[in-house]
Design a protein around this ligand. Structure first.
Ligand code: FO1
Length: 312
């Protein structure tokens, strides 16, 4: 599975109910990663690991449930940066990852150690061990940041609350990056390649930007099945719909189909978009209509079955 954040984590909880978790490789976006307070933070990796471990905060979709904020409160008292909320339990992950990377471990090794420590069977793999960072050029002024300024992903997503139009997006470092060990083999050998209902621009886009990934996927196109992150023209969470429109794509299941058609063979669209089935198929990929709004692990499991059957 190509995995972004929340949408990927939800679908993964469904996938692990229908197949042996140890047969699943989650290739996770690291374009959101950031260094803050000297800590190496990998939000999408942590969302996937926490959710599979049953630790996730269901309200926010990130961080750990039953969290405390003592460190953040103390940091606030001394005037430190607290715009990016790091809970006391979540901090342990960032401390561990930062220390291991400083010791020379590669991100894929540290990620495997954390996944093992959290007791999950899915192989969680970063898209690359190299730094690839999503950066966005603003199309309008926001909170004192002038239009035309390029900001890091978390500045856009959290500090500006993604409440600002975007002119362009790029993945800094992608050209020089290599897929993490096992990524290309997983894509080449998989019985099915699942594209999670994550933001196609800033969650799936960075994975595709890592050299070799796009062609590996295109070679398996008939076994690649994506779940549309856009339902009835809107994203279920986050700015995917607005970003698509701002970057010139159509914010609909058809727009997503057009964006993915080169390397995705089947797009699963929600029942609310059943009327778009023919339009999606006219983009050159197969359309499968199913409930895609994962309101429970059972719905996620049903969706996982639909996706895996479509790949077969
Ligand atoms: N998102 C927020 O909207 N506000 C936060 O303060 C915040 C903190 C945070 C800490 C750790 C982490 O792993 C994720 C965090 N996120 C926060 C979510 C993060 O911006 C998103 O998970 C992804 O980068 C987008 O999918």
């Amino acid at each position: 599975m190509l995995a972004g954040g929340v949408g990927a984590a939800r679908l993964l909880t469904g996938v692990v109910r229908v197949v042996d978790p140890s047969t699943v490789v989650a290739i996770v976006n690291t374009g959101d990663d950031m260094t803050l307070h000297g800590l190496q933070i990998s939000p999408d990796i942590d969302t996937v690991v926490y959710t599979l471990a049953g630790l996730q905060n269901p309200a926010t979709g990130w961080g750990i449930a039953t969290e405390s904020w003592t460190a953040m409160a103390e940091l606030e008292r001394i005037g430190g940066a607290t715009w990016f909320r790091l809970g006391d339990r979540d901090l342990a992950t960032h401390l561990y990852r930062t220390q291991r990377l400083a010791e020379g471990a590669a991100l894929h090794e540290v990620t495997a150690e954390i996944a093992r420590a959290r007791g999950i069977g899915v192989h969680v793999v970063p898209m690359s061990d190299d730094a690839v960072r999503t950066r966005l050029v603003l199309a309008e002024d926001a909170d004192g940041v002038l239009a035309g300024t390029e900001v890091a992903f978390q500045h856009y997503f959290v500090r500006l609350r993604h409440a600002v139009a975007v002119r362009s997006v790029r993945f800094d470092g992608a050209a020089a990056a290599s897929p993490a060990p096992g990524v290309l083999d997983a894509i080449g050998d998989a019985e099915a390649v699942v594209v999670s209902p994550s933001n196609p621009v800033v969650s799936i886009g960075p994975i595709l930007a890592v050299p070799g990934v796009r062609s590996a996927l295109a070679a398996r196109r008939e076994q690649v099945v994506a779940v549309s992150p856009i339902v009835a023209g809107a994203a279920l969470k986050g700015p995917a719909d607005r970003l698509l429109a701002e970057l010139g794509y159509e914010s609909s299941a058809v727009g997503v189909a057009r964006l993915l058609a080169e390397w995705v063979g089947t797009l699963v669209i929600d029942e609310q978009d059943a009327h778009l089935k023919d339009a999606v198929e006219s983009e050159g990929l197969r359309a499968v209509v199913a409930p895609t709004i994962m309101t429970s692990p059972e719905v996620a499991a049903s969706l996982a079955t639909v996706v895996l059957d479509a790949a077969r």
